[in-house]
Design a protein around this ligand. Sequence first.
Ligand code: HEM
Length: 251
Amino acid sequence: MAQDTTPLSAAPAPPPAETGPKWYKRPWIVPLFAVAVLFVALRLPSYLSFDTGDALVELQEDFPETHYLLLSGHIAFGSIALLTCSMQVWPWLRKAHPRIHRASGRLYVFAGVVPSGILAGVVSVVSVVGPPGKIGNLMLTALWFWTTFAGLRAARQRRFKDHRRWMVRSFALCFSIVANRLWIGILVMALLPFVDGYYAGDTEAMFADVAVASIWISWIVNLMIAQWWLDRRPKSRRRSAIPRQATATTA
Ligand code: HEM
């Protein structure tokens, strides 16, 4: 920690504003926002037209309108969650504008995670996906609530290190919806060669497997990447370890 070397006689100067690293020193910020905005722009309109024919997933035959409305709510609030959580992990914004960070954090939790998560639980059960997929989505919903509220509690108790760790996990779970689309593409390519053999030409069965596998893989892998990110050593310590190792071997 920096020591205060100000002479006692001098008038205390206001502490320099801690602005943190510039956005261009965090090259992942721009693609992150781009991905979040693109995902919302590509998906949300199909669920705001109030036309069940626009839905990009299969609706329940018995109650398509209700199913569509539940999805619309889930996706509208989910879009708020996706956009606000991209802001939350931006170090510059956090340090230069802590008020904005707090306001968008409240939006993330109360206008994003809570309503979108409750509706995610409902659409998980209602979805035409089979039980293994429903369980995967319900697990994701539960963990999204858990990590988010653990993060909120830590912030309220001013345990900011814990707050950051829980919120990084919550962010990873929120972005699993984006990763899910990527995994669907990868899994389709991986399973296509097995359509004639294992699936006996039944492409629908192959897509059903892809749907379930992508639900589980997307949030588990995202969570593991988040944990790796949290546990990796800071750059400064990685750098200082090199000369120390070198002196240790030459001593
Ligand atoms: C993290 C917890 C989340 C869970 C558990 C969850 C769960 C679900 C479920 C079960 C469905 C219905 C799938 C089907 O019937 O086949 C769905 C659809 C959808 N969700 Fe979520 N979701 C979550 C977060 C989000 C977020 C943050 C967004 C951001 C906008 C989002 C956007 C969508 C979209 C666009 C669809 C419709 C499918 C499509 O058109 O691709 N979800 N979600």
